[in-house]
Design a protein around this ligand. Structure first.
Ligand code: LLP
Length: 431
C-alpha cells in the first residue's frame, strides 16, 4: 500500500508525511517511485510483453524532471517531449536520444534544430509548415529523420472541454481533408531526408471509455488504407496517444488493458483488412503514470470563520502549485496528515495564499473538527500537471519535489528561492 495511516499519521510509500513536512518544509510535492514503477510494471505485463512491437513513451508534460527521466530510462520506457526545455532535461539525464519522441503543434526552428542534432527517435509532425523545417535540419546534420504524422481524427471524447484534442476544430494535428492530408503524407514519403513511419492520434485526457479511442483508431486505419492505395506505402507505426483516466475523488482508474486490449484487437483486424503487417503500436500516457504517485503537503495558517457562511482554511501554497482547480474546476481528495484517522466532521474551504479569490484548492470539504495553524494538509493525486504547470504568481517560489521509495526520501527538485525568481530581472538605464 502506497498510502497508509499509522499512529494517526499519513504515511506515503513508507514515509511519515508529517516528518517529511518537518524535514523538507512545506509546501512540497512528494512523488512515490514505487507507484510510478507499478504503472510501468503493469504496462510491461499488459502491453509491451503481451504484444510484440509495442512501446510506451511517457508524456513528460505531466511531470518533467531529470530524475523522472532517469526512472523512465531505468524501466526501459521512451519519452514524449514537447519543448527544448524538456529536451534539455532529457539530455541532462543522459536519456538515449533514439527513445525520445518529439510532439507539439508549433515546434520552433531552434527546437527542431537541436532535436535533430541530438538525434531524437521520432518527430510527430503536427502542422503543415513543420516538414520543411525538419528536412532543412536533417540536411544540415546529414541525418535521416523518422516522422509520424498526427491527424485530427474528428472524434469528440467525453472529458473537460479544455483537454479535448481529437475533434476537428482543434489546434492539434493535420486535418483529414484529402487536399490537405495527402500532400503532407506524399511530401514525407518523397523526401530523401524523411523516413515516414505512420500516424498518430491523441483524443483527449482523463478518459474512462474506450469507444472514442476505437473510433479514432478506425479513422487512423481508414487513412492508412488511403496511403496504401494512393502511394503504395504501408504504415509501420501507429501512436494511440495518451489520456487514460485516473482517480482524483470518486473515479476508478481503469487498468491499461481495458483500453489497450480492444485497441490492439482493432489494430490487428484493420491491418489484416488493409493487407499490411500490423504496425508497431505506441502509447503516450502521462497523467496515469504520475498523478496518483504524487501528493502535496501544506501547512495550515490563518483560519477565517465567517459565522453562518463558510470557514476558510488557508494553506502556504495554492494555485501557484496547483492551477488545475481554477483552470478545470478539478476536485481533489485530502486529509490532515497529522490527524489522519480522526473522523472528518467539519466542512471547510481550503484556500491558497495568492491574491486571487479563485485560489481555492478544496471547496466545502470535510476534515476533522478543530483544524489549527500548524496542521499538515495532504492533497492526493497531485503528481500530474501540478509541478509541471506551477507558476510564480505573486513571486511565490515553486515548491520542491521529494522522491520517496520504501521509507527512503530525497530531493528530486529543490524548492525555488525568491532570489531565483528575480534572477533574470534587469533595470534599464532609462528608468
Ligand atoms: N500525448 C499527447 C500528444 C498529448 O497532448 C498529451 C496530453 C498526452 C499524450 C498525455 O495525456 P495524459 O495521458 O496525461 O492524459 N493540463 C491538463 C492536461 C493536458 C493534457 C495535454 N496533453 C490537466 O491538468 O488536466
Amino acid at each position: 500500500m502506497i498510502r497508509e495511516i499509522k499512529n494517526g499519521r499519513l504515511f506515503f510509500d513508507g514515509c511519515d508525511t508529517v516528518e517529511l513536512a518537518k524535514k523538507y518544509g512545506t509546501p512540497i510535492y512528494v512523488m512515490s517511485q514505487t507507484d510510478i514503477e507499478s504503472r510501468f510494471d503493469e504496462l510491461k505485463r499488459d502491453f509491451t510483453d503481451k504484444y510484440p512491437n509495442t512501446r510506451v513513451a511517457y508524456a513528460s508534460k505531466a511531470f518533467c524532471t531529470v530524475g523522472m527521466y532517469k526512472i523512465c530510462e531505468k524501466n526501459g520506457i521512451s519519452i514524449d517531449i514537447v519543448s527544448l526545455g524538456e529536451l534539455i532535461a532529457a539530455e541532462k539525464a543522459g536519456f538515449p536520444a533514439e527513445r525520445i519522441e518529439f510532439n507539439g503543434n508549433n515546434k520552433l526552428p531552434a527546437e527542431i534544430d537541436k532535436a535533430v542534432r541530438y538525434g531524437v527517435g521520432r518527430f510527430i509532425v503536427d502542422g503543415l509548415q513543420e516538414l520543411p523545417l525538419i528536412e532543412a535540419a536533417a540536411e544540415k546534420y546529414q541525418k535521416k529523420v523518422n516522422v509520424i504524422i498526427r491527424i485530427t481524427p474528428g472524434v469528440a471524447a467525453s472529458t473537460h472541454d479544455y483537454i479535448v484534442t481529437g475533434k476537428k476544430d482543434s489546434k492539434f494535428g493535420i486535418p483529414l481533408d484529402d487536399d490537405i492530408f495527402l500532400p503532407v503524407v506524399k511530401q514525407a514519403i518523397d523526401s530523401p531526408w524523411i523516413e515516414f513511419l505512420g500516424l498518430h492520434m491523441h483524443i483527449g485526457s482523463q478518459l474512462f471509455e474506450n469507444d472514442a479511442f476505437i473510433k479514432a483508431l478506425d479513422v487512423v486505419m481508414d487513412h492508412a488504407a488511403k496511403i496504401k492505395e494512393k502511394f503504395g506505402v504501408a504504415i509501420r507505426e501507429v501512436n494511440f496517444g495518451g489520456g487514460f483516466g485516473v482517480k482524483y475523488t470518486d473515479e476508478v482508474r481503469k487498468p491499461y488493458s481495458f483500453f489497450l486490449d480492444p485497441l490492439m484487437a482493432e489494430l490487428e483486424k484493420r491491418s489484416a483488412e488493409i493487407g499490411i503487417e500490423r504496425p508497431a503500436a505506441v502509447i503516450e500516457p502521462g497523467r496515469s503514470i504520475v498523478a496518483e504517485a504524487g501528493i502535496t503537503l501544506y501547512t495550515v495558517g490563518q483560519i477565517k470563520d465567517i459565522p453562518g457562511l463558510r470557514k476558510y482554511v488557508s494553506i502556504d501554497g495554492g494555485m501557484g502549485d496547483n492551477i488545475r482547480v481554477a483552470l478545470y474546476q478539478a476536485e481533489y481528495d485530502a486529509v490532515i496528515a497529522n490527524k489522519a484517522d480522526a473522523e472528518a466532521t467539519e466542512t471547510v474551504t481550503v484556500c491558497g495564499k495568492c491574491c486571487e479569490s479563485g485560489d481555492i484548492i478544496l471547496t466545502d470539504f470535510k476534515i476533522p473538527a478543530g483544524v489549527e495553524a500548524g496542521d499538515i494538509l495532504a492533497t492526493f493525486s497531485t503528481g500530474a500537471y501540478g509541478y509541471s504547470m506551477a507558476s510564480n504568481y505573486n513571486n511565490n517560489p515553486i515548491p520542491g519535489v521529494v522522491l520517496v521509495k520504501d521509507g527512503q526520501s530525497d530531493w528530486l527538485v529543490k524548492p525555488q528561492t525568491p532570489e531565483q525568481i528575480i534572477q533574470n530581472n534587469v533595470v534599464p538605464d532609462f528608468i
